[in-house]
Design a binder for this molecule. Structure first.
Ligand code: HEM
Length: 461
């Protein structure tokens, strides 16, 4: 599916007020469908090697220019705080990054409620160790261009003193499904000034500053930005969370609580808020509608106004928690300041609906959840504390997100319906966190500045 098709055909253009030539493509380009790609995580032994790497990569990093009609493969470059230090950024620049970014995702485990099986002590190495400095990702809509672009990326990474510390291929599974068997990456925010009108149901465009540094956010103010201006402007933050899907546990849960395949699929839909085809329960409440799920101009075109009690989409379903839209919440929150751009990638063995054993939980299969926001760290902490691992904002007591919540013994999930609601007991943690990092996604000019730092006054050697 060409990118324009992901936007429902020829998109309606609108005025451009952000600097698309400067912003990295990943911020605005939708993930292709099907998609192929690789995340390379690099460690740099010293600043000179790191800057040479950045200088070599810059000409190959795609910008967001014409993002709505770009169909070629692209490369993105993201840098962790440890990476910025290793690259020798001036001290005043380093100090200008938010505290939660500087200490890293693992050190914020308490604020992120990453406890128990999700605790950093259980993560796959080298996540959380400070060894990951630079993330180079290739995204492509075809296997052939993925391989060609990977060759290009790898050639640039052949610098003495640059080591690949982990790498992960990813890609679409049959029907573009993720590791739990659902189509994903549907609901995305519309962003003001990026050149394309919002899709039906996407809601009003959100101020660019919520997603890209250097522009006013929803409050009308600029968000705090790393200095100098050249480093911060048109950059943003990217969070990565590596999840392992316990497919055996998930399938057993569905079987234990549903009598037939039809009921099982309805339960799977209730957990997320969409059928696995992507069709939203709001528009297809009783049976799947794959044509609706596949249509970008219809599959997100709804509100929750006609479903205040959650009879169609449970209040506690993953999608309704993560973007409550117009749901009346018991704890008031402005939904538009907690939106994120999602660019998640599915890795490993395809979802298998018949896998029901414990050993199926251990098969490498899951999601690198990638999300982008100008305040990614604060947003993730808010989501994890308030909307994922807490039910108070929707009067759901201690129920947690059924997809990504860390479930405790005897945890429940409520499906509201008439005449009596159904409360399902013993919901498990279906996705275990296996790693995570925060990255800065610099603009193209900022990457050049970083690559040439040894010539800049004040740089550390
Ligand atoms: C293994 C991990 C995850 C799985 C399997 C998963 C699955 C899904 C699915 C199937 C959808 C509905 C289709 C779509 O709109 O894309 C969805 C939507 C969404 N998810 Fe996740 N997700 C995961 C992790 C996360 C995390 C960690 C967050 C945030 C902290 C998140 C936030 C969202 C948001 C914001 C939406 C869109 C809601 C909307 O706009 O209506 N997801 N997810």
């Amino acid at each position: 599916m060409a990118l324009a098709d992901r936007l429902g055909g020829t998109p309606q253009l609108s005025p451009i007020t952000v600097d698309l030539d400067e912003i990295q493509a990943t911020v605005l380009r939708y993930r292709p469908e099907p998609y192929f790609g690789t995340h390379l995580m690099l460690h740099i032994a010293d600043a000179d090697a790191g800057r040479e790497l950045v200088r070599r990569l810059v000409p190959h990093v795609a910008s967001a220019a014409d993002w709505w009609q770009a169909d070629e493969a692209w490369i993105s470059v993201a840098i962790s705080y440890a990476g910025l230090v290793a690259l020798g950024l001036p001290d005043d620049s380093l100090r200008s990054f938010p505290e939660s970014f500087r200490v890293g995702m693992a050190s914020r485990a308490e604020q992120l409620r990453d406890h128990g099986v999700n605790a950093p002590a259980n993560w796959d190495k080298p996540f959380g160790t400070g060894e990951i400095h630079i993330g180079v990702s290739v995204f492509s809509g075809s296997e052939q261009t993925w391989r060609q672009t990977m060759d290009t990326a790898r050639r640039q990474c052949q610098v003495a003193g640059v080591m690949v510390v982990t790498e992960q291929d990813f890609g679409a599974q049959p029907d573009s499904r993720n590791s739990m068997g659902y189509k994903d990456s549907i609901g995305q925010p519309a962003i003001e000034g990026c050149g394309v009108e919002a899709l039906p149901g996407q809601g009003r465009p959100i101020k660019a500053g919520e997603f890209i540094l250097g522009y006013p956010g929803e409050s009308g103010q600029l968000l705090p930005m790393p200095c100098p201006d050249l480093l911060g402007r048109n950059g943003t933050f990217l969070g990565l969370r590596k999840y392992q899907t316990r497919v055996g546990t998930f399938n057993r849960f569905l079987r234990e609580h549903a009598a037939s395949e039809q009921e099982r699929e309805l339960l799977a839909a209730k957990l997320v808020g969409r059928w696995r085809s992507g069709a939203p329960l709001t528009l297809a409440p009783t049976r799947d509608d794959p044509a609706l799920g596949a249509d970008p101009r219809r599959n997100d075109d709804f509100t929750y106004a006609d479903d205040p009690q959650g009879h169609r989409v449970p209040l506690g379903s993953h999608m309704r928690r993560m973007n409550p839209r117009d749901t009346t919440m018991t704890q008031l929150a402005d939904v538009n300041i907690h939106r994120i751009i999602r660019r998640s990638t599915t890795y490993g063995a395809p979802y298998d609906p018949d896998a029901i054993s414990d050993s199926d939980d251990e098969i490498a299969r899951g999601i690198h959840f990638l999300f982008i926001s100008a305040k990614a760290m604060a947003t993730l902490e808010f989501l994890q504390q308030e909307w994922v691992n807490n039910g108070n904002f929707m009067d759901l007591g201690d129920e947690r997100d059924p997809t990504i919540g860390l479930q405790e013994e005897g945890a429940t999930f409520t499906i509201p319906r008439e005449p009596v609601r159904r409360r399902i007991h013993d919901i498990h943690t279906f996705n275990v966190l296996r790693g995570g990092e925060y990255f800065f996604l610099p603009s193209l000019s900022a990457l050049k500045w970083i690559g040439n730092l040894d010539h800049a006054a004040g740089a550390r050697h």
